[in-house]
Design a protein around this ligand. Structure first.
Ligand SMILES: O=C(O)CCC(=O)C(=O)O
Ligand SMILES: [Fe+2]
Length: 363
């Protein structure tokens, strides 16, 4: 299964980001290259799917047709001015989201099945200078979010702490990181075009990859009382990729409805984060999404194509002075925002209005 991003890519990306903040990418090559090149079988659809989700309100029970973007023209090295690129870019403007499934996730599953004391060994030594805590963690008990995860930065930076088991965990992370970084650079190029920016602008503006990180997640089974996996949020970074197993539970808020991003083999969900929303002065949308837990464990892998913490983020002139529009955000240093967002997780405020979102910088 390939993203239909390329031929319709630029326009599709633009529309998808503008209207949904989510898009699905096909033809990205990444999953085929990462796995042993055979798609795993998708678990059969669970009878307890959306209809069971009564504890969190408003899940739309039908699947919404979402824009799909085929990246093939961008990967094939076709003529950049060609029709295929234009169509793909168009598709990406339209695009929304899709879902992924891949074998490397199974390494994560094997890790999470270990006893807690073994998982706890995958923790960094004190004094790590990583922008966020690496290694294994579980959401604090007072958090509404119910999951555990392993967080990793670019392996080349030397911050990561890998579990001893399963043995292939480290190589899976290393391989994923390289491939998903390449995909991030590609999507960023298309976004650059979608946004009508000078060619290569985003590549130069966001040329340091040391804040990108990846999180392998396991969500605990829902209970009779509650089923929140990750509360509704927007991602703070630039572009996020999610690869999920067949359990489902990721949902996107669209026009007031929670739309399930149902698992589709061999696809990756792409969503736009707050940095792009700010740079575009709200022309592109950072999608609100959440994870609703199902009766069984769910595994996913999220890759956050980010921006360096020292970068100053504010609406670009192309979306303000040059078009005579007032900026909707005041500028901020990215790492200040990332720290505030981290605090939301480590010290979850009891009042929802105290949770920091990008609106913190809204004018
Ligand atoms: O697990 C998922 O499907 C999404 C995770 C997510 O939204 C996040 O980590 O920000
Ligand atoms: Fe997210």
């Amino acid at each position: 299964m390939w993203l239909h991003v390329v031929a319709h890519a630029t326009k599709a990306v633009w529309e998808a980001c503008r209207t949904h903040g989510f898009l699905g990418a096909v033809n990205h090559n990444v999953l085929a290259e990462l796995s042993s090149r055979k798609p795993p079988r998708r678990p059969s659809r669970l009878a307890t799917g959306c209809s069971r989700n009564t504890r969190l309100p408003n899940t739309k029970s039908t699947t919404m047709a979402l824009p799909v973007v085929d990246l093939a023209p961008f990967l094939a090295g076709d003529d950049k001015a060609g029709a295929a690129h234009a169509t793909a870019t168009e598709a990406m403007r339209e695009a929304c989201r899709s879902h992924g499934f891949f074998r490397a996730i199974n390494h994560g599953a094997a890790f999470f099945a270990l006893p807690d004391e073994d998982k706890a060994k995958a923790r960094p030594a004190d004094g790590s200078e990583a922008p966020l805590p690496v290694g294994y963690a579980r959401q604090p008990t007072h958090s509404a979010d119910k999951n555990e995860y392993v967080l990793a930065f670019d392996p080349k930076l030397g911050f990561n702490v890998y579990p001893a088991q399963p043995a292939a965990f480290r190589s899976a992370v290393e391989e994923c990181f390289v491939k998903l970084t390449e995909l991030g650079l590609l999507i960023q190029e298309i976004l650059n075009e979608c946004m009508g920016l000078t060619p290569g602008f985003l590549r130069d503006f966001n040329g340091d990859r040391s804040f990108d990180f990846m999180v392998a997640l396991r969500y605990f089974p829902a209970t009779e009382e509650e089923n929140n996996g990750i509360s509704a949020h927007e991602d703070s970074n630039c572009i996020t990729f999610v690869i999920q197993d067949g359990v489902g539970g990721l949902e996107v808020l669209k026009d007031g409805d929670w739309v399930p991003a149902e698992p589709v083999d061999w696809s990756i969900i792409v969503n736009i984060g707050d940095v792009i929303q700010v740079l575009s002065n709200n022309k592109l949308k950072s999608a609100t999404h959440r994870v609703v837990r199902k009766p069984m464990h769910r595994h996913s892998l999220a890759f956050f194509f980010n921006i360096h913490g020292d970068k100053w983020i504010e609406p670009l002139p192309e979306f303000t002075t040059k078009v005579d529009e007032a900026p909707r955000y005041r500028g901020f240093k990215y790492k200040e925002y990332q720290q505030l967002r981290l605090r939301n997780k480590t010290h979850p405020p009891s009042r929802p209005e105290d949770v920091v979102h990008i609106t913190h910088y809204a004018i």
